[in-house]
Design a protein around this ligand. Sequence first.
Ligand code: ADP
Length: 363
Amino acid sequence: MAKVEFRKVWKIYPGDVAAVRDADFTIESGEFMVIVGPSGCGKSTTLRMVAGLEDISRGEILIDGRVVNDVAPKDRDIAMVFQNYALYPHMTVYDNMAFGLKMRKYDKNEIDERVREAAAILGLEELLERKPKALSGGQRQRVAVGRAIVRKPKVFLFDEPLSNLDAKLRVQMRAEISRLHQRLGATMIYVTHDQVEAMTMGTRITLMKDGLVQQIEAPLELYRRPSNRFVAGFIGSPAMNLFDGRYEDGSFRSGELRIELPRDLGFDVPESVTLGLRPESLRLAGESDAPVLSAKAELVEPLGSEVYLHADVAGHRLVARLNTEEEIHPGQTVRLTFDPSRLHFFDGASGDRLSPSVTGVAT
Ligand code: ADP
C-alpha cells in the first residue's frame, strides 16, 4: 500500500498540447480513486505518468514518498490493467499470470503460491490450463487482473478496463473489482469516462476537463455539491437540467420561464445565474404544491420502475425522472413540482457554484 502524490504536475505533448495542467492532489494509501471526465480530458495521460509510460513535463509524482519522475516503470512497484487485456495468446492462464514473476526471477514455489492465491480470489482455479481464446471476455479480464495481483504491487492502475465488455458483464466486473479492493485494501487508481462506474466504485472521484482537475470528492458529495456547472452536468443520469437566466426581485427568469425563489437563500445571487435541477428532484404536482412548472410532454420513456419524461417548459427542454404509475402521453401537459432546497445555483459568468449546500439526502 502506498500513497500517490501529484505535485503541480504538467504534461505538455509536442505541438504544445497541455494534456494535464497543474495537477496537485494526493491519493491516500488504500484509496480507490477514480479519475473520470470526457474523452480527451487527460485521464489516461495522468495515469500513464504514474505508470512511467509518459514523461512528466513539469512537477513531481511521488509513490510512497519517493519521487518517481526518473524511475523506470518496472521499478515503480505498480501494476497496470489495460482495456485490451494484452494476454499472451499462446500461453495458458497459469503462464500468463506467472509470466511477470518469472521475468523477475521469482522462486518457482513462490510463483505457484501467488498464482494459485490470485486464481482463488478471482475464481479462475478451474481455468488455469486454458488458453485465452477458450475464455469469455469476462474471464480474460479476470486473468488480466490476476496478472496484476500476483505482483503484489504498491499501486494498481486501471485504464478503462471494462470498456470492451458488454453491459451486463460490466456491471458484474465492476462489483468484482470493488470487492477486490475491499479484500486487498490496496491503493487503486481507476480511469474511466463512465460516470456510473465512477460513482459506484470510487472512494473518491477526481473529475477532469481540458487537462484541469475540476473537483475531487467522495461520490455522493460530488453529486450533492458539484463545484461548478460542468461537474453538475457530468455527474448524474439523466444529466441535471441547467437553465441560464437572470435573478430579479426574488425570482429567476429565463425567456418565458419564471421561477419564484425563496426570499432568503442564504447567499448572494448575482444577476446572471444558472439554475440546476436534477431530473430526480422533480415530481408530479398535487393541487396545493408550489412551485409548479407546466410541462408539455415531448417524449416519454417508461423504464418499468420509473419514467423519463422529456418535456418543454416555457420554451426550455427539461427531463424529469418520475416515480409514477400514471401514463403520460406525448403532447399532454403535466404539472411538475420540486423542493426549492434541491435547486443548485451557479454563477452565470464563471459557472462556479453559489449555493453553499443542498440539504437532505437526494433521492
Ligand atoms: P483521455 O484519457 O481523458 O481521453 P488523454 O490523456 O488520452 O485523454 O489525452 C489528453 C489530450 O492529450 C488529448 O487532447 C489528446 O489528443 C492529447 N494526446 C494524448 N496523447 C498524445 C500524444 N502522444 N501526442 C500528442 N497529444 C496527445
